[in-house]
Write a protein that binds this ligand. Structure first.
Ligand code: NDP
Length: 303
């Protein structure tokens, strides 16, 4: 039995655990499949304050884990497969068959970018293929890049990338965009952006070391475009399957929160699992801190 069970090991989870343990609570953190979360599959991180030298995603997450361990957080390499929030203490069951009992829970299971599913896409991840313009756009100064998708995220990323790139293609599989009208107007008015309609990415091309182009298919016709980077912006999926029916979720599956409070008293959420907009490590860390402070308030009233 612990005071705070943190589910998830990204910046939100580790920050929540660090704050909760420093508030004097017994804290356990269950990592999930990928200890460190989404940052463990990114390359360099230049926008997380506090590191004047370049740091990689895995290094940053290793630091967070070590910091949490040093402060006394118990880390479990397990995956929660079911939760019972109907009574307190809360019960969470792990794939390992371990049953975790806790007085409060902080959910920080994150979200995963959706990918096209091509082998070449996987091969060139971090070598020109990215799912985050805010994170990686800076590395494409005066280069040619493409954004895949037609929603708000794709349009926003395309516009954002014009701050760095010399040319940005927006490649969409239909003849119209899903993005809001005002975003579409901004897109069309930007002279650095060219929209390629009705085109599906057939292959991502590279020279083994980095991306060199993309092969597009339109009604059976193939077209090759030379470029340096590809940003896949076809949506994100929050990792909330085990919370369905247990916590209020919105129509896209994100946990509905008020501050960090979920629909169940004593259960809090932080990071990408409840944030479809910002999706940044620093924002998730900030939300993790807030969730721990809210859990502290809840626990001190309860006891
Ligand atoms: P969306 O689900 O809105 O859009 C996804 C886009 O990707 C669609 O155009 C879809 O095409 C396309 N797509 C999906 N799968 C594939 C595939 N396999 N191959 C090619 N294209 C594909 O996701 P977003 O990430 O854009 O947005 C998520 C939510 O966040 C939305 O509610 C959005 O409004 C919000 N958001 C808001 C922002 C803002 O307000 N500034 C910024 C960013 C996001 P198709 O239309 O053909 O299905």
């Amino acid at each position: 039995m612990v005071d705070v069970l943190v589910i998830g090991s990204g910046p939100a989870g580790y920050t929540a655990a660090i704050y909760a343990v420093r508030a004097g609570y017994k804290v356990k953190l269950v990592t999930g499949n990928q200890d460190g979360g989404q940052l463990t599959i990114t390359s360099f991180i230049e926008n997380y304050p506090g590191f004047s030298e370049k740091i990689t995603g895995p290094q940053l997450m290793m630091q967070m884990r070590q910091q949490a361990e040093n402060l006394g957080v118990e880390i479990e390499y397990d995956v929660i497969e079911s939760v019972d929030f109907s009574n307190r203490p809360f019960i969470c069951k792990g794939e390992s068959s371990v049953v975790y009992e806790s007085r409060s829970v902080i959910v920080a299971t994150g979200a995963n970018a959706k990918w096209l599913g091509l082998e070449s896409e996987n091969k060139y991840k971090n070598k020109g293929v990215s799912a985050c313009a805010t994170c990686d756009g800076f590395f494409f100064k005066n280069k040619v890049v493409a954004v895949i998708g037609g929603g708000n995220a794709a349009v926003e990323e395309a516009i954002y990338l014009t701050n760095f790139a010399s040319k940005v293609f927006l490649i969409h599989r239909r003849d119209s965009l899903k993005a809001e009208k005002i975003m579409q107007t901004r897109l069309m008015e930007n002279s650095k952006i060219e929209v390629i309609w009705n085109s599906r990415v057939a292959e991502i091309l590279g020279d083994e070391k980095k991306v060199t182009g993309v092969l597009l298919e339109n009604n059976g016709e193939l077209r090759k475009i030379d470029l340096d980077g590809i940003f896949v912006a076809i949506g994100h999926a929050p990792a909330t399957a085990i919370f369905s029916g247990k916590l209020d979720l919105d129509e896209a599956g994100y946990i509905v929160v008020s501050g960090t409070r979920t629909s169940v008293r004593g259960v809090f959420a932080a990071g990408d699992v409840c944030d479809p907009i910002y999706r940044q490590a620093i924002v998730s860390a900030g939300q993790g801190c807030k969730a721990a402070i809210d859990a502290d308030k809840f626990l001190s009233i309860e006891s």
